[in-house]
Ligand binder design. Structure first.
Ligand code: AGP
Length: 605
């Protein structure tokens, strides 16, 4: 979603800011803009469209510092030049870039208009620039603080005053802001991705904090002005990790990276001595884990689906009732929070608003929550305070692929851990550890057969609708396969539990509606075969993702996945479905890395 980048220091800000905007493109946006302070005046450029269009718009001598720049994902007001950020006050002195939503913008706007302020955009964010300009306070940070006291809503923002160019002011409430510490220069961003080329030393603002950022350092304080202390942390991701390298798309790069990514999720966590797993970050002793009676997993989209696989794993291996629920629904049903339930928040970005709100609801009611998160230092990771980092490396494509797989692997680690302090035997622990260690190579084997999937994709690309079916954890695989396909190829894909098909959706099966069936050779194999028979009887084409061995039913095509242990099979069965979505999207000429209407991290409600 929206992205923020700011720079203050001796260098010209524009090239640094533009490069930062490119790094933030993956978040999804529809317009971009930049403002620089130059000789006491503000220099501004903004437009609807891509960052490269903004680049073309910049005059050749577009110089100045400090500067702020933004990518906008429209919420209030259509994507347009005038709604693009930065927004300025009437005197064109103060520029503001803002992520989030100002909920009382209409009231503030009316109040400002009654004093003669003329608005130039339809955005909620513009009120901030006028409010700050209207404050009688002496310094920029005091004016920002006074303005924010009038505001209800969420924000991550950066403010520049061309007449007082010695500092940028940044503030955060519900939308991430990170400060990058350089050599006599400082950076502000909504995402560390924008900073990796310049610095590894960062400071994350907390909600309700405001920072005064100067070239030689920064100070942070609460909105009331009370100083806060920050300890810089280090980003481990390299800037190369954000480049496509030899790949045409980040999605294919990230699918291909899965063997190494899974290797990192597993690294140092397999304990062969006790046939269990080490998960230092969960910070719960064995006796505390033993008190857990139930597990509730919360996440959105692919994170929720990976959580569903996690719930199956925990239920099977630890024999604890476990259930995944979309985090976006959770807080609205006044959920019962139980002392002996372990709540787990799943989020690759660690910034998804709905998931964060669910975590806060659990905590508010006294529940115990841990995070399964990829981005170190992200809001959800910090809000949970404990959990499992995926170490998948940065995921740039809007659709989750490697983080989905690594999340499922992280749940396998957790399920074994919980299982081994309960009834999971040493032999079963050992069997699963061996299978986990084999996953990276098995994933490589699947990816090496990408051509087979590409041929299958040829047949699917011509269809308008597709079904994905599976049973138990295979149903979660079907859900993820359908989600991936619709996200990147815009083909209408629906997932059904194979058992539910005959209770309604079967009515839609026809020769024009193919079904992708997830058919592992497990206890439910026979039942899945019956479902395929039902589909075939209605002349529906079937593509099976299955294990080796002759199928007792005719299918139109089958992709054979190497077998793992039955509990871990869903992890491998999902990989061909990622490739399928990718190749269907390629055939249909879709913008694979930036699907329409989608953003990488959904930081608004
Ligand atoms: C995945 O392909 C999607 N783009 C989306 O469903 C995503 O998984 C969801 O928005 C949650 O994101 P998170 O993992 O960053 O919280």
């Amino acid at each position: 979603m929206c992205g923020i980048v700011g720079y203050i220091g001796k260098r010209d800000a524009a090239p640094i800011l533009m490069e930062g905007l490119h790094r933030l493109e993956y978040r999804g946006y529809d317009s971009a803009g930049i403002a620089l302070a130059h000789a006491g005046e503000l220099r501004l450029a903004k437009c609807k469209g891509r960052v490269r269009e903004l680049e073309r718009l910049l005059p050749s001598r577009f110089k100045g510092s400090p500067g702020i720049a933004h990518t906008r994902w429209a919420t209030h007001g259509e994507p347009s030049d005038r709604n693009a950020h930065p927004h300025c006050d009437a005197a064109n002195r103060i520029a503001v870039i803002h992520n989030g939503i100002i909920e009382n913008a209409a009231a503030l706007r009316a109040r400002l208009e009654s004093t003669g302020v003329v608005f130039r955009s339809e955005t909620d964010s513009e009120v901030l620039a006028h409010l700050i300009a209207a404050m009688p306070e002496h310094s920029l940070d005091e004016a920002v603080r006074a303005a924010l006291r009038l505001v209800t809503g969420t924000y991550g923002l950066a403010v520049l005053d061309a007449a007082r160019p010695e500092a940028i002011v940044a503030a955060r409430n519900g939308s991430p802001v990170v400060l990058g510490i350089g050599e006599r220069e400082m950076f502000v961003a909504s995402d560390a991705a924008a900073l990796v080329r310049h610095t590894r030393s960062v400071v994350y603002l907390d909600d309700g904090e405001l920072a005064v950022v100067r070239a030689d350092g920064f100070e942070t304080a609460t909105l009331d002005g009370g100083p806060t202390a920050k300890i810089p942390s280090r980003i481990t991701w390299t800037s190369e990790a954000f480049d496509k390298g030899e790949y045409t798309h980040f999605m294919s790069k990230e699918i291909a990276e899965q063997p190494e990514a899974v290797g990192r999720t597993l690294s140092g966590r397999l304990d062969k001595r006790f046939q269990t797993t080490h998960l230092g970050g969960i910070e719960l002793a064995a006796h505390e884990l033993l008190d857990i009676r139930r597990v509730k997993i919360l996440g959105c989209g692919s994170a929720y689906i990976a959580g569903s696989i996690g719930a199956h794993l925990i239920e099977q291996l630890a024999r604890l009732p476990a259930h995944a629920e979309p985090a976006s629904e959770f807080r609205y049903r006044n959920p019962v929070i139980e002392r002996d339930t372990l709540y787990i928040a799943v989020s690759q970005s660690g910034e998804t608003f709905d998931t964060l709100a669910a975590v806060q609801e659990v905590k508010r009611k006294g529940g115990r929550v841990l995070g399964v998160v990829n981005v170190v230092g992200s809001t959800i990771a910090r809000e949970c305070g404990r959990g499992i980092y995926l170490h998948a490396g940065p995921e740039v494509a809007v659709v989750s692929t490697k983080t989905f797989t690594c999340t499922a692997v992280a749940f396998a680690l957790l399920a074994i851990h919980l299982g081994r302090i309960r009834d999971l035997s040493t032999a079963d622990g050992g069997r699963l550890l061996t299978a986990l260690a084999a996953l990276p190579e098995q994933i490589s084997d699947i990816i090496a057969r990408e051509d087979e999937i590409a041929r299958l994709a040829e047949q699917l690309a011509g269809c308008e609708h597709a079904y994905f079916v599976g049973r138990s954890a295979g149903y979660a695989v079907a859900m993820e396969g359908a989600l991936k396909l619709k996200e990147v190829s815009y083909l209408h894909a629906e997932a059904y539990s194979a058992a539910e098909l005959k209770h309604g959706p079967l009515a839609l099966i026809s020769p024009e509606t193919p079904t992708v069936a997830v058919v592992p050779r497990d206890d439910l194999y026979g039942k899945n075969i019956s479902t395929i028979e039902e589909i075939r009887a209605r002349r529906g084409p079937v593509f099976a993702v299955t294990h080796a061995g002759e199928m007792p039913v005719m299918v139109d095509a089958a992709f054979v996945v190497p077998a793992s242990e039955p509990e871990l099979d869903p992890i491998l069965l999902n990989i061909p479905l990622q490739l399928l979505a990718y190749h269907v999207a390629l055939r249909k000429g879709c913008d694979v890395d930036k699907p329409r209407n989608l953003a990488k991290s959904v930081t608004v409600e």
